[in-house]
Design a protein around this ligand. Structure first.
Ligand code: AMP
Length: 378
């Protein structure tokens, strides 16, 4: 049975992904409740109701879930117990088990390799001996990552030589760790895809991602890759969503090696930064699609109106004062998105710009130029 407009959607988490989801949901006549340990959040500013409580306050979680028709996520690092408590009172989509797998790099990689998906070579690290053996096997450089709570390069150290092993392990501390071979990639791609309650599938093709300091900087769509590669990435994503039984949106991040092989870097069981450009450039955005999927509605068309690009706006942009918004708005093809965050910290995602053009590269040029104008004196 579909959850129809007028119903209430509960969002666990309160960042920009929830904000854009709430904008899409309210546009279609839904009400949105958000739950997180903070107030005046990016999602809360747009939602009907903002609940401030800790994720491990399970009574608060039950109360939140009792007041909504379906619960979804914008933040995947909520404890399993939180998803389970919510599931006592309302359907949780995607299922808490999917969060459990994807919030830990080791569980995720083991799941993927067990089901035959191509992943970056990896090893579980419990001791200096494991690390030395891993480095000997993969060669240097290699990347040591924490298994849990890592994003945007947090909890990662690149090991350039065997002698750095001990320091790297000491820096990582007593945590579950995974060593990955360093992939000398040609480019990074992502496929954002959705799966409905009835198993229907939709995707926005391969999106190309450029990172700076491990943080996504610019995304362009369609990716500059041959159609066979884009199709292969989509087929891998389709199989991942099926294997996990996702109801909602999930992003598969890939490395494309110089030999033309796709390796999965990681999964995000929610809308993704690389899919932000779908908000302006597509018939249906990743956020509306998440809404449709979790409500059991038919999925919308993912057609691109034109090729598009997105550039992130990080807190670093504020170092000389408020960016010159008027200058970016003076470029009429460029769209400004800000997340309502009050404190601009370096590396913090504060907003993004999108643009459409005749080609994805031309759109990328536009958003980069627009971002540069933000630093101009007002
Ligand atoms: P992650 O948090 O794992 O997505 O890493 C953030 C970014 O760091 C990736 O998008 C890559 O640009 C880079 N990176 C992470 N792991 C590797 C790897 N094994 N080889 C090469 N680059 C990597």
């Amino acid at each position: 049975m579909s959850i129809l407009p007028g119903s209430v959607i509960g969002v666990l988490g309160s960042g920009q992904l929830g904000r854009m989801f709430a904008i899409a949901a309210r546009r279609m006549g839904y009400r949105v409740h958000t739950f997180s340990p903070e107030t005046d959040t990016p999602t809360g500013q747009v939602a009907d109701v903002e609940i401030k409580a800790h994720y491990d306050d399970l009574n608060a979680v039950r109360g939140f879930a009792s007041a909504v028709d379906v619960v979804t996520f914008e933040f995947e690092n909520v404890p399993s117990a939180t998803a389970a408590a919510a599931a006592e009172r309302a359907p949780v989509r995607p299922d808490g088990q999917i969060l459990h797998i994807t919030q830990n790099r080791l569980r995720e990689k083991m799941f993927l390799s067990r089901h035959g998906f191509p992943v970056t070579p990896f090893k579980t690290i419990n001791s200096i001996e494991d690390l030395r053996a891993g480095l000997a096997e993969f060669g240097c450089p290699a990347v040591l990552k924490t298994a849990g709570f890592g994003y945007d390069g947090k909890g990662q150290v690149k090991i350039k030589a065997m002698e750095e092993a001990e320091t790297a392990l000491a820096t990582a501390g007593k945590q579950e760790l995974v060593l990955e071979a360093f992939v000398d990639f040609d480019r990074e791609l992502s496929v954002v895809a959705a799966r409905g309650v009835d198993g229907s599938f939709a995707h926005w093709g391969a999106i190309e991602n450029q990172h700076s300091n491990h943080i996504l900087d610019v995304s362009i769509a369609p990716a500059n890759v041959p159609p066979e590669i884009a199709n292969e990435a989509v087929e891998i994503a389709r199989a991942v969503l099926e294997q996990l039984g996702v109801v909602g949106v999930l992003c598969v991040e890939f490395f494309l090696t110089r030999q033309g092989k796709l390796l999965i870097n990681e999964l995000a069981p929610r809308p993704h930064n690389s899919g932000h450009l779908t908000f302006d450039a597509c018939v249906t955005s990743q956020f509306e699609q998440q809404l449709r999927a979790v409500c059991g509605l038919p999925l919308g068309s993912t057609e691109f109106l034109r090729p598009a690009a997105m550039a992130n706006l990080l807190g670093d942009l504020w170092q000389h004062g408020e960016p010159n918004w008027a200058a970016a708005c003076a470029m009429p093809e460029v769209k400004l998105h800000l997340y309502g965050k009050m404190v601009p910290k370096p590396g913090r995602k504060m907003g993004h710009l999108t643009a459409m053009a005749e080609t994805a590269n031309a759109a990328a040029k536009l958003v980069r130029a627009a971002r540069e104008t933000l630093a101009n004196q007002q």
